[in-house]
Design a protein around this ligand. Sequence first.
Ligand SMILES: [Fe+2]
Ligand SMILES: [Fe+2]
Length: 309
Amino acid sequence: MQIPALQSVTVEILVDNFYDVFEPSRPGIVERVPPGRLPKPLLAAHGLAYLITLNHQGLLTRILMDAANDPLPLFNNLEALGHRPEEIDAVVLSHGHPDHYGGLLGFLARRSGPPPPVYLHRDIFHPKLFLTPRGRVGPWRLEMEQLQAAGVQVYQNQGPELILDQILLTGTVEATTLYEKGLPVFKRLLQGKEEPDPFTDEQALVAQVEGRGLVVIGGCSHPGIVNIVKYAEKLTGVDKVALILGGFHLTAGGDDLIQNTIQGLREIDPEFIMAGHCTGFRALTRLAAAFPNNFMISCVGTKVLVVGG
Ligand SMILES: [Fe+2]
Ligand SMILES: [Fe+2]
């Protein structure tokens, strides 16, 4: 599948689990917000929201990928970073966990004018649960009825689709690695029956920047970040990767998964890797050690730039 070569892609981390004002910038690649220069403090939270700006021949399109766990950090950080909800042209949900859609209805209610279209996988509506040592958490369910009541045009996909004529939504990720098997603690309800969550609903966004290669943006990466990037390469026929960004969900999978994923990322050989959210502290430290020159943690208020050349 051919996807257009864009002039640039920038991603601002609106909501993530981390906020570290001492994480340095990297000129031309990563810009951190200077502490004390914002109208109000940023909030870190267990959730994810990215503001993605695509530049296609000078025309800018802004996508909100995921809507955090709650409207509070989403609105606070949008405002602190000088954005308005009305700037958003489209919303993409990566998968059906509430730390990725919890702020969506609040966002739609707060925004004036017609709501932006929402893109999601049709399996996202199956209720989801999580097993913890202290019992079950959930079930949670994203309600289609509530999205419709908010007047939203919902686009559902299953397989890969080019959206907004610019960026690829992968659809269900094809699993090719042997070590990214999913974690047994995640469940979903299918016709009332609990089963291991296959995360068929999780998808990533894939853009191409001219002369640089792919930008792969994941949410929680439950299907495995190496599976996701390999699938993006297969779909597009492009094997040069400029940026891999997302939550990688690694620490909970143990040391073998961390080590195998690092090896898989080495083989992909991306220019830059940025991980945060559900990756976990232990895995982040390993990634930082494995990629001393091209890995950074994703913190709220960070802007990542991939400019064509
Ligand atoms: Fe998550
Ligand atoms: Fe998740």
